[in-house]
Design a binder for this molecule. Structure first.
Ligand SMILES: NC(=O)c1ccc[n+]([C@@H]2O[C@H](COP(=O)([O-])OP(=O)(O)OC[C@H]3O[C@@H](n4cnc5c(N)ncnc54)[C@H](OP(=O)(O)O)[C@@H]3O)[C@@H](O)[C@H]2O)c1
Length: 225
């Protein structure tokens, strides 16, 4: 009998230029690009956050964007903020460690205990999920079972998007298309990580919806694993 899947339903939501880039250049905050998002689309993003139990972004996005990951433009509750961070080394003054919403930092068993303690002192939960790297399938199960997270929204960056897809943990992708081209061979795009080695490794998607939100095209895909 097939095991019952105990993991959240996962949506990757991202804004992206016509050339598939998530920011202007490597190391630039995506907040610069987000300024050009239609106000109606910003509301859609916050409305989506409010519909989800949790929101997850990578530790590098925290370092570069210093994201708040809260719902500010619509009425609604803040989702739990989840940050995978093997070595518990995100800056202690990160906005995500503030009291605006509950935060869970996922670390590995190898994280230095003094850093884990420093995070706990900030009032956040620290969850161990993996030996030396984050074990994403295990993290999903822990979030589902310990925090009752049934719906998880992932807001990048590209490295985190890659690990989630590679582990077969993504159900849907919703893209906010920004009518710009920024170029740059090393400018982060929707999915980073390692390239594939054969056509068999491509991720297949099915477009299920597309519509305009203000000036932005929105596309919605199911992932076909
Ligand atoms: N346009 C958008 O919607 C959008 C959204 C978000 C971000 N961004 C942009 O994306 C850029 C940052 O993206 P990024 O790809 O550099 O970083 P990222 O995806 O934000 O962070 C990398 C994540 O992958 C984890 N990771 C790395 N290696 C791993 C491994 N071997 N096993 C398990 N986990 C591992 C890291 O954990 P560790 O802490 O353990 O290394 C970290 O949590 C920024 O410029 C930001 O502005 C754009």
């Amino acid at each position: 009998m097939k095991n019952k899947i105990t993991r959240p339903h996962v949506l990757i939501m991202s804004e992206m230029t016509v050339d598939g880039k998530l920011t202007l250049w490597k190391g630039a905050s995506s907040k610069i690009l987000m300024q050009f998002m239609d106000p109606e689309t910003e509301v859609l993003l916050h409305k989506t956050r409010a519909e989800y139990d949790a929101i997850m972004v990578g530790s590098n996005t925290i370092r570069i964007d210093n994201s708040n990951l809260t719902v500010r433009l619509v009425e609604g509750k803040n989702p739990i903020r989840v940050i995978p961070n093997r070595n518990a080394d995100i800056p202690l003054d990160s906005n995500v460690l503030g009291p605006a919403a509950k935060t869970v930092i996922a670390v590995s068993e190898a994280a230095p205990p003094e850093r884990v303690e420093a995070l706990r002192k900030k009032g956040v939960d620290v969850l161990v999920a993996g030996k030396s790297d984050i074990d994403y399938p295990l993290l999903m199960t822990l979030l589902y079972e310990h925090y009752q997270i049934k719906k998880l929204m992932v807001e990048g960056g590209p490295t985190l998007n890659y690990f989630m897809l590679k582990n077969g943990l993504v159900d849907e992708i919703r893209l906010i298309h920004l009518p710009f081209i920024v170029g740059g061979a090393d400018t982060p795009s929707l999915v980073g990580g390692m390239h594939i080695n054969s056509v068999d490794e491509m991720f297949h998607l099915s477009l299920k919806n597309h519509y305009m939100c203000g000036k932005n095209l929105i596309t919605e895909y199911d992932i076909l694993y």
